[in-house]
Design a protein around this ligand. Sequence first.
Ligand SMILES: Cc1cc2nc3c(=O)[nH]c(=O)nc-3n(C[C@H](O)[C@H](O)[C@H](O)COP(=O)(O)O)c2cc1C
Length: 366
Amino acid sequence: MAGITNTAFRRLCREHGGGLFISEMITSRALVERTPESMRLIKHHPSEEIRSIQLYGVDPKTIYDAVKMLVDEDRADHIDLNFGCPVPKVTKKGGGAALPWKSDLFASIVNAAVKAAGDTPVTVKMRKGIDGDHLTYLDAGRAARDAGVTAVALHARTAEDYYSGQADWNAISNLRQALPDTQVLGNGDIWSAADAVQMMKQTGVDGVVVGRGCLGRPWLFADLEKAIMGFLRGEEFSTSTAAPNLGEVADAFYRHAQLLTEFFEDEGRACRDIRKHVAWYFKGYPVGGEFRAQLSLASTLSEIHDLLNTLDRDLPYPKEEAEGPRGRLGSAKACSLPDRWLESRELGDNHRKELELAELSVSGGV
Ligand SMILES: Cc1cc2nc3c(=O)[nH]c(=O)nc-3n(C[C@H](O)[C@H](O)[C@H](O)COP(=O)(O)O)c2cc1C
């Protein structure tokens, strides 16, 4: 997740449980140009044994060069290609979730990545399509399989859905059935380990992808690891979940701030960056608006430390109050597209120039 899954947050999550923790989306163009921001975003900590990097690109040649660079310079063990971005400034130019509509371009990008990656596994993440009348996921899934990807992940919403409503897990089942010989991962609305097991049972996917559910809840990975390993062993699901008291939440928050300081090499920047996490960590805990506001103003680690020390560490886990949806929700909105984009599933010369801008409009990280 852009702006979230930097090496600091990935380390914190990994300290709680297992999984494959993927970088923020990085544009292939910025990477090929070795912009300082993209070079910082691809860095991993030595404790990250599987270095997963997510790339976004609109041009097969640039994607090829970016993947080749990562592999030749031994900077990644897994590369994920993102085709799910619904942000209007990206889709308006034909990028992100609008791109798989151009099936020739989509296939060329994935083929280029797989070719450049050699033995390094490549996976693809995508949405269902542009809207209910312009679905792309089954074609795109087959094209990705034919290109030789290791897994295909589906965020079961269209670009038009944005983050609204419920993810359509039936679409995940459809993709599973369409690609019996490829690993399929399901994504959308996994807020707990119970949701993850439910998705695996209902759709038959090989694994799940978690986005918003882990915001402010790195311990979700402990629950997921336990539940999924149990599920794979054929055990009955037990509902026991991590139930951190307020002291444990405060410790995780502080550790996150410390790790961000290490990542940014800038304490002030880390303290500003962690502000967006305050509401997520303390969701459901009776800490008061004043405390949240002060934490959002802290500019040093020691201020954060002192504020956290004012909390009653023994306050128990507030159960449902701390669970359920969090992060971006919002309502559906018509997907902005280039003029006449939907008229053909092949990329025409009229759209090539515009498409180049689809990558430029997304900076190093998003
Ligand atoms: C703040 C934010 C940033 C995101 N950035 C990315 C990204 O860089 N790459 C990506 O593939 N998905 C990104 N996503 C989408 C999530 O990975 C995920 O597909 C989506 O939120 C649905 O899953 P969820 O219901 O588990 O959150 C982002 C989502 C949010 C809320």
